[in-house]
Design a protein around this ligand. Sequence first.
Ligand code: GLA
Length: 388
Amino acid sequence: MIKHHSNHVQMKKILSFQIVILAIGLQVFSIACTQQEVVQGPGTVTKKVFGKLPDSSVADIYTLINHSGITLKVTNYGGRITSLIVPDKNGKSDDIVLGFDSLSGYLAANPYFGAIVGRYGNRIAKGKFEIDGNKYTLAQNNGVNQLHGGIKGFDKVIWKAEDFKSEKSVGVKLSYLSHDGEEGYPGNLSAVVSYTLTDDNQLIFDYSATSDKATPINLTQHSYFNLAGKGDNKSHDVMISASKYTVVDSTLIPTGELRDVKGTPFDFTVAKPIGKDLVATGGNPIGYDHNYVLDTKGIKDLAVRVVEPLSGRIMEVYTDQPGVQFYTGNFLDGTITGKYGIVYNQHSGFCFETQHFPDSPNQPTFPSTILKPGETYHTTTIYKFSAK
Ligand code: GLA
């Protein structure tokens, strides 16, 4: 009996010794894992959980680092770019996009910070259009018009994400199946958007899609930039290779007229600071929120160049799209506080949303945005960064 008891004690000791060893092992393993995350470096893509949506689905965040000092963060919630850290002319790095450091910021109301916009970027008048005699009515979310794909557009859905790497680039491929009837659009649309960050500091957006019914499509990226990392956008020098813009009515729907920029506040054919003619635009709220008709002939031609004089940061835009919406954050009003506690006041950032012209489905003279079954929609836009 006594012997049995002492055996029992012995066994218990061995067992607790084993548990301690196991616990130490687990500890070492988890430290090793954490360290692996910490030591991620150039040429890597790392995935982490970003947070949970109210429906319990999980959003991830991907960190992409190239070999030239740029770090990009992208979440598969709306394909949103949450952070873009870029060196200035002295090698000092700053985050040059507006946004939030947690998912809750993106889940709360915000004006498309960093998002993929679709199924139709920009406005469709009264949320109505007709294809081959079939009339469609979309969700109206901007007065009577539809803006940026509706109430729950591509900026508010979870995209399937897959990271990829090559010798000179890192990237994330995002896919989303938009069902027939979603936000009023016809056809099951399968969309794929990939973000590639190259070692020569290009951020390449490649969009493609197919649909089983004819549908309008106009995908774009809605990142707000501030090349100084803070302050307003007024001292940024901007050049837009466009000699015309689409004139809009008071609800920002094109009248159909393409007007010469020459002699107007809308002329950016020669670089000038955003602030120079900002008030003269006469908009309500003040600022640029206009679609420029690009003079470029394709992706090889420079469409936009922005220079921030103090940091020396330069952003160039190349695109195969016919237009670009130049938006100067006119609706930002100080009610949103973003990363680093920065309050987003009016004109805190600017967007260059490469696109087809607004309301194209209702404007017969504008290039068509209708994707038919059997066709593939494919467009590319590049943002290129440098500093001097
Ligand atoms: C686009 C539109 C603007 C505004 C912003 C989001 O740039 O053209 O009018 O709606 O998106 O606030």
